[in-house]
Write a protein that binds this ligand. Structure first.
Ligand SMILES: [Zn+2]
Length: 180
């Protein structure tokens, strides 16, 4: 865990910056409630903000979790940028994408996106997308698309690279997939 300065946490809370969700929690001294940095609820005065690095710390200090941002459920809740990433990935199964684009469409730091994918899917965002491309290839095979054309339809440069990835994912070659 990276060290966060007091100033950085205050700024992140004021900006309601979702990329800090899960990295720290902010309590309102007056209400004894704690929130995720991105919580849309009204900000308390800076002098009433108290910061915790873990939920346990907040709870042990007698704070209750906010009903609006539900910090007790984080990261089980979907971050609001995830939908953009997943729909972008699904729209672009026929080509390789890059992480820079994910940052551009979400406005979220790549480290946040990577962390979410690691926690939820045990994969990097790029490996997750490769899985989608391979699933798409499988569909194309079942539709009767010619093997030689498959790599270019799902973002692979060569047939051998495609075949290796396909085999790893499904345990059989693209050719054998026709009979499955
Ligand atoms: Zn909240």
């Amino acid at each position: 865990m990276r060290n966060l300065s007091y100033e950085e946490m205050v700024k992140a809370r004021i900006r309601r910056d979702a990329s800090y969700d899960g990295q720290f929690y902010v309590g309102a001294r007056t209400m004894k409630i704690f929130c995720l940095p991105s919580c849309k609820a009204r900000l308390s005065l800076e002098e009433n903000m108290v910061f915790f690095l873990t939920r346990e710390e907040a709870i042990d200090t007698g704070y209750r979790s906010c009903k609006r941002c539900k910090p007790d459920l984080f990261p089980n809740i979907m971050p609001n940028w995830l939908d953009k990433v997943l729909s972008y990935m699904k729209r672009n199964v026929s080509e390789r994408i890059n992480e820079k684009t994910l940052v551009q469409i979400t406005g979220v730091e790549i480290s946040t996106i990577r962390r979410h994918f690691k926690n939820h899917y045990r994969l990097t965002p790029m490996a997750f997308h490769r899985k989608l491309r391979l699933a798409y290839a499988k569909e194309l095979i079942q539709q009767g698309v010619n093997s030689n054309e498959l790599p270019s339809h799902c973002g692979f440069k060569s047939y051998s690279g495609f075949r290796t990835a396909f085999f790893k994912e499904f345990g059989h070659s693209p050719r054998d997939s026709r009979h499955v």
